[in-house]
Design a protein around this ligand. Structure first.
Ligand SMILES: [Zn+2]
Length: 76
């Protein structure tokens, strides 16, 4: 999550309600992510989705290769 000049961790709820338009990155691989899901209630059905699939991200079990690595398009 990019806030002004620095990064800070935020919850998914915060990300959606307060920083919906801010640039978000994955805490593990630093790839760009977006927050998807229902907006009907706090913490309901939200999930983080990588803009581009990346096999080195342990937060993405579907595509994780077993070897953690930074995203090829990591945001710094
Ligand atoms: Zn990731």
């Amino acid at each position: 999550m990019r806030i002004e000049s620095g990064w800070r961790p935020v919850s998914l709820d915060e990300a959606v309600s307060r920083y919906a338009t801010a640039v978000k990155r994955c805490p593990a691989c630093h790839g760009r992510v977006s927050i998807n899901g229902s907006y009907s209630g706090p913490g309901f059905g939200k999930s983080m989705t990588h803009r581009r699939a990346h096999g080195g991200c342990p937060l993405k079990p579907d595509t994780y290769s077993g070897m953690p690595s930074l995203h090829p398009l990591a945001i710094s």
